[in-house]
Design a protein. Structure first.
Length: 538
């Protein structure tokens, strides 16, 4: 069933000339009344152009589209991914001490906790140097080979939690471009390197190609007898990991009810656990578990995932803004925009609703971003003065980890707040004119110069503020975004948990390889593709 946005669109059109600043002028408590807090997180959406009626209309949409019932069905293990007939239970991976969860009448928590205990044990022993390489030396480097959800979650979290990393160094290889694995392996000592092959299906061409290359590299240095102590696998496909030659004791399995882009909480998170240790990894899970609890119990008007989703729906489906920028003022969240691109765009980039009918509105937005302050010196120009409105989602912490660099952090926070203030306030022609007059411009040239310095302002932003980027807080933030994507998907009436859109390109790539290799002609291919094959063929 499709959502009906007509009421919300009418409410929006009636107010489309309104200034967000006027909303603040009319309501001194607006910042408070358009913010919500949960367990140390503050989500401020007062700098959007939403009023009370519009917010109520959005909240009504949650009930009209059955978000609560679907949420409960997800947590209870129902097969809500109905194009693949699967439950959606990444939440079970962080259900550290909650009740059992049933899938097809069978409890899953025993096996989830057993696997987590095996991961803990393995990580502890590697970190202590009790599990050693074929040369009987501790592992100093870990190379994770995986792509998409089997790469982005662990690499994003590893970068984010560097202050907690006291285990082996981690490296991530994802791209099938040989340059990636070449450059990573180049600096490493094979005798002290553990390779983890992370692939839910263990069929993904990029990962299997890189895994074979890593195997040859290790084989050359440690020989056939040594190789098995240098490999571990994270996968649902034990038959395939065995066929690759990985010791079953070094395979960490999970079930098909964990989607790739939701898998960092389980075995796919092993490189992170090796780096930060099981205790900090448990904190990461605890943060996510706390967000799950909040999502399940908080009323909609205080529910962070719901509110984040509703601002997203408002900007994308109601106002028609096609993209949104995610702007963490936290250098260590450098991979978060890429992580969120997969989470949001692979989940909600769909063209039909659950019943297979074409959507009568746009699905999820284009998500992009970069940490501040770097982005300020790159693309913020367009956000401030370009002709398109781009809603911005800022994130910032009260503390950095570098206590001796407090002045850096003050500058970072001031920049974050200044950007959302500038986007809200803008600069009028009169203000720009006064500035330029003070610099000595006059007449037509004064006006011309002033026009270039006008900022329209009134550009919507939200800010997510937290205390400090600890494992717990990262867990909260990632789970918050997962649930946001879930809520948006339910409102849009789509299946957020399949990804058929990546299949066609994969199939065509497999078919093109023999054409490029000269083993097949390109019968049936279009002229452009054939022309490019001709140029690129070696
Ligand atoms: O890109 C499609 C996809 O299936 C993603 O959903 C997934 O995260 C990625 O490929 C990797 O898949 P696997 O873990 O099976 O190698």
């Amino acid at each position: 069933m499709s959502a009906d946005f007509s009421h919300l669109k009418a409410l929006q059109t009636a107010q489309d000339q309104r200034k967000i600043l006027d909303l603040f002028a009319a309501d001194p408590d607006r910042a408070d009344r358009f913010s919500a807090q949960a367990d140390g997180l503050l989500f401020d959406y007062s700098k959007t152009n939403l009023d009370e009626d519009q917010r109520s209309g959005l909240i009504a949409l949650l009930d009209e589209t059955g978000v609560g019932a679907k949420r409960d069905a997800m947590f209870e293990g129902s097969a809500i991914n109905d194009t693949e007939g699967r439950a959606v239970l990444h939440t079970a991976l962080r259900n550290l001490d909650g009740d059992d969860v049933m899938v097809d009448g069978k409890g899953v928590m025993k096996s989830v906790r057993h696997t987590l205990a095996r991961m803990d044990d393995f990580a502890d022993r590697v970190r202590r140097g009790d599990i050693t390489s074929s040369a009987d030396t501790p592992f100093e480097d870990v190379v994770n080979i995986g792509i998409g959800g089997s790469d982005l979650g662990p690499v994003m979290a590893y970068e984010a939690l560097k202050p907690y990393a006291d285990g082996p160094r981690c490296h991530f290889v994802s791209n099938v471009d040989g340059a990636h694995i070449h450059d990573v392996l180049k600096g490493l000592n094979p005798l002290t390197t553990l390779v983890i092959v992370a692939s839910k299906t263990f069929t993904t061409i990029e990962t299997m190609t890189n895994a074979e290359t890593a195997k040859s590299w290790l084989m050359k240095h440690v020989g056939k007898e040594g190789i098995s102590s240098h490999f571990a696998a994270l996968s649902t496909a034990r038959d395939k990991t065995a066929a690759f030659g990985i010791d079953p004791d070094l395979v960490f399995g999970f079930e098909d009810w964990v989607g790739g882009r939701y898998s960092v909480w389980g075995p796919i998170g092993l490189p992170l656990m090796l780096a930060i240790g099981p205790q900090d990894f448990a904190q990461f899970l605890r943060g996510a578990q706390a967000m799950d609890q909040h999502f399940k119990t908080a009323p909609w008007d205080e529910n962070l995932p719901a509110l984040l989703a509703l601002t997203g729906i408002w900007h994308n489906q109601v106002c028609g803004y096609a993209t949104r920028a995610v702007l963490p003022y936290e250098q260590r969240l450098v991979r978060l925009p890429a992580y969120l691109q997969q989470l949001e765009m692979e989940s909600n980039g769909k063209r039909v609703s659950m019943d297979g009918q074409e959507l009568p509105y746009h699905s999820g937005p284009v998500v992009w971003g970069e940490p501040g302050t770097n982005g300020q010196h790159a693309f913020y120009q367009l956000i401030h003065q370009g002709t398109r409105v781009i809603p911005c989602e800022f994130m910032v912490g009260r503390y950095g980890h570098e206590a001796s660099l407090k002045h850096h952090h003050e500058l970072l926070v001031s920049n974050c707040l200044a950007q959302s203030e500038a986007l809200l306030r803008g600069r009028t022609f009169e203000e720009a004119r006064a500035l330029m007059a003070a610099k000595g411009f006059e007449g037509d040239e004064l006006d011309r110069q002033a026009h270039h310095r006008v900022f329209p302002g009134n550009r919507p932003t939200t800010t997510l503020a937290y205390d400090k980027l600890t494992p717990y807080v990262l867990g909260q933030i990632v789970a918050l975004y997962e649930h946001r994507v879930f809520v948006e998907g339910v409102v849009l009436g789509i299946n957020s948990f399949d990804q058929w859109g990546v299949e066609l390109g994969k199939e065509l790539a497999v078919a093109l390889q023999p054409v490029l290799a000269g083993a097949q002609d390109g019968a049936g291919k279009d002229g452009s593709t054939l022309n490019l094959v001709k140029f690129l063929k070696v």
